[in-house]
Write a protein that binds this ligand. Structure first.
Ligand SMILES: C[S@@+](CC[C@H](N)C(=O)[O-])C[C@H]1O[C@@H](n2cnc3c(N)ncnc32)[C@H](O)[C@@H]1O
Length: 211
């Protein structure tokens, strides 16, 4: 029997894709955040959340539901969302490397910064990994600017030789760092999520409301 190409695996709607569509989410990625949230207990009612790389909008929808109407969500992506956010959620179309007028600080300090940012893959694995590492490090930099003390971070990165460096940089600013590769990740994908828990600030000083 001929082996499936990775492309064919990406096109085929699997159980996660079908369940996501049935539940009204634009993408299967919602199950990755759901599992991360279940295992690391990140999102709670009333929290302020920044979602980088938010389109088409599954993570933003999930986060908005978890934080509820007393929370605040700011979602950012190069591309528009395919869903409407509830009133406590705002979407800004922007490049994470070019956040004019500090738009990302709208609801700062944040309890949580999420990044599911990914480059358009080219098939050149090394090049894709490098770009993914740059997006991860940018998300970590933004998190260090806007998180409150004790806050959490979730960042996607493609596994490669830069992963240990990304983890080391994360450990510098969070008390706990761990890796999660959710069950909903396609078997052919080399993405993984680095989780930072209990933000201590870039330079070890306390940050937060009034700090
Ligand atoms: C895997 S998708 C995110 C899926 C999303 N979390 C969801 O649940 O619907 C990755 C996203 O990263 C975005 N992205 C890539 N580079 C970016 C950048 N420099 N600034 C903002 N968004 C970026 C892409 O436009 C793409 O929508």
């Amino acid at each position: 029997m001929p082996r499936k190409s990775p492309d064919a695996t990406y096109r085929k709607p699997d159980r996660f894709t079908r369940d996501a569509k049935k539940a009204g989410y634009p993408a299967r990625s919602v199950y990755k955040l759901e599992e991360i949230d279940r295992r690391a207990r990140i999102l709670r009612p009333g929290m302020h959340v920044l979602d980088l790389g938010a389109a088409p909008g599954s993570w933003a929808m999930y986060a908005a539901q978890k934080i509820g109407k007393n929370g605040k969500l700011l979602a950012i992506d190069l591309n528009p969302l395919e869903i409407a956010l509830p009133p406590h959620g705002t979407f800004v179309q922007a490049d994470a490397f070019d956040l004019a007028s500090n738009i990302h600080e709208a609801y700062a300090p944040y309890d949580v910064v999420l990044s599911d940012m990914a480059p358009k893959t080219t098939g050149n694995r090394l090049g894709d990994q490098t770009r993914s590492y740059e997006l991860y490090m940018r998300a970590l930099e933004v998190a260090a600017e806007v998180l409150k003390k004790g806050g959490s971070f979730v960042g996607k990165i493609f596994m490669g030789e830069d992963l240990p460096l990304a983890r080391a940089e994360t450990r510098k600013i969070f008390e706990e760092e761990r890796l999660i590769r959710p069950e909903g990740t396609r078997s052919v994908s080399y993405e993984i999520f680095v989780i930072g828990l209990r933000f201590r600030s870039r330079d070890g000083r306390a940050r937060g409301k009034g700090a």
